[in-house]
Design a binder for this molecule. Sequence first.
Ligand code: IMP
Ligand code: MG
Length: 180
Amino acid sequence: MTRPDYVIDKMISAKTIAARIEVLARQIATEFNGSNDLVMVGLLRGSFVFIADLVRELTLPVEVDFLEVSSYGDAMESSREIRILKDLRGEIAGRDVLVVEDIVDTGYTLAHVVRLLKTRNPARLRTIALLDKPSRREVDIRADYIGFEIPDEFVVGYGIDYAQRNRNLPYIGKVRFTGG
Ligand code: IMP
Ligand code: MG
């Protein structure tokens, strides 16, 4: 597979991410204080690092489940539908659910996932995104918890990929194409 040449400029350090997750975990613990039935739903694959760090900062009893969705068909911009590639293993009816996403960009993915999960009648349904690119939004949706707002840059690392690579970087970096 050929990729254009690029370099990665560090944008958010591992240390900064860890500090932010501590704050987010405290906010989540406050909101869900007393809940004995919280399910964190990680959206695969981009959220796998984030959810791993987030659950370890949470002092609440929590279950972890995963959902994988994908855009329909090819790169057609107009087809803003998504389909389920891997559904949850567990039931969420009557339970507290926190959807964990890596980035909210146009908002289509998160909006669709929220719509889908609401049909299963959870008690509470909340969303958290590590990164938010508000300037790219096409659907009126905002995650309940947001790690960092970022400008319209293509980012990688901390679970997030470019053509399946760079998920293993411990920090968030922005991709800069160098040509050639
Ligand atoms: P949305 O449906 O447009 O909000 O898309 C969100 C999804 O697009 C994220 O979960 C990522 O998988 C992907 N995405 C959006 N921005 C980036 C980026 O800067 N780098 C890598 N993936 C991204
Ligand atoms: Mg994603």
